[in-house]
Design a protein. Sequence first.
Length: 368
Amino acid sequence: MQMPDIRLLLIGSGAVMLGHMRSLVQLKGVKIVGLADVDEARMARAMEMLEEPVPGLLDYRQLLETVEADACFIAVPNYLHRQVACDCLDAGLHTMCEKPLATTTADCDAMIEAAERNDRFLQVGLSCRFSRVDSTAHRLVVSGMIGEPKMVWAREFRAPFAKKYQDWILDRDRSGGTLVEKTCHHFDLFNWFTGACRESNATRVYGSGGADWVYQDHAHLPVGVTEAERPTLNIIDNAFVTVDYDTGARAQLLLCMFANRGRKLEVGVQGTEGAVVYYRLESLVELYDGDHPKDPRRIEIDIPDDEVGLSHQGQAYLEQLYFFDCIRKGERPKVDGVVGKRSVEIALAAEESVRSHLPVEISATPLV
Ligand SMILES: NC(=O)c1ccc[n+]([C@@H]2O[C@H](COP(=O)([O-])OP(=O)(O)OC[C@H]3O[C@@H](n4cnc5c(N)ncnc54)[C@H](O)[C@@H]3O)[C@@H](O)[C@H]2O)c1
């Protein structure tokens, strides 16, 4: 028997939602039935991507009241995630909320609780878990080929944040800070890889970072930003963060947000018997094991042609397929509110440690 289409609402139509829409509009069995955004021009741009117009409202709550739906995608600024997600869950919608889950642990708890209370799924957009490159690396680690993971690292050297709606991304109060906004992805990877062989909980976080270049008076402005648009900001643009785990593993992040040249995204896992290192931008995984102790086995990941042009080389598309599959099967998504909260806990501790210059102890929320 053919299942009815999943009726989907989209809330927020900024850069990320437009990226999601490139694949959402093609998905079989999913029908976008409404949009909401406070900015009419952005909403109009999103509407143009649909074959047929659907209701588009400035107030998402009116959309929830007037349009029948089964699920929603949320891509609004981080500080709004809690309110919007709780309203969607209370309206009975399975909810896919962009990362970071929220900007405080109390907000994460409220969202997790709203999903439980309404018996709806809450998935968080930690989409690296769906990348073909990251998941190949994870499968190798889980297989035990490199023994027990002891050290994990992520080095991301990239260009500054792109311009966002009302510069929310440059304001710690609205974004949670750079280590919440950007590197919740990396902290999630640390949790995922250290927990690949047995459950791991982060226990202590040490951070050192600063706002040393991006948008500072002496600095070049990012491409596309004029002097008149130079914003004030209270976020950091570079950091080293170390995370200790109760398995004895430790993880380290190196982040630079002003690497206009020398872009780099490297993630590695050193185990007791070998290592896996990967480069997502190059779709390359290297395996150092007993057979390849010095020169690694190079695994070039084949990204199917129809995924290459999609958001984040298809990882958002694979994330979407998973979310809708969970809804159809009635299976709780693995990348749920608890997983989202665990990365936010580390990120907030890292932000605090950068400010206090002291290590911050945490007791990570147990996985359920
Ligand atoms: N998964 C990923 O890899 C990834 C990558 C980048 C960003 N994100 C996340 O996606 C979210 C959106 O980021 P973005 O880059 O699209 O930002 P953006 O500023 O480009 O878009 C945000 C949109 O939300 C709209 N908005 C603001 N308040 C609203 C409200 N009350 N109701 C409805 N719409 C409202 C704005 O008008 C804007 O169109 C953020 O949480 C961000 O962290 C995820």
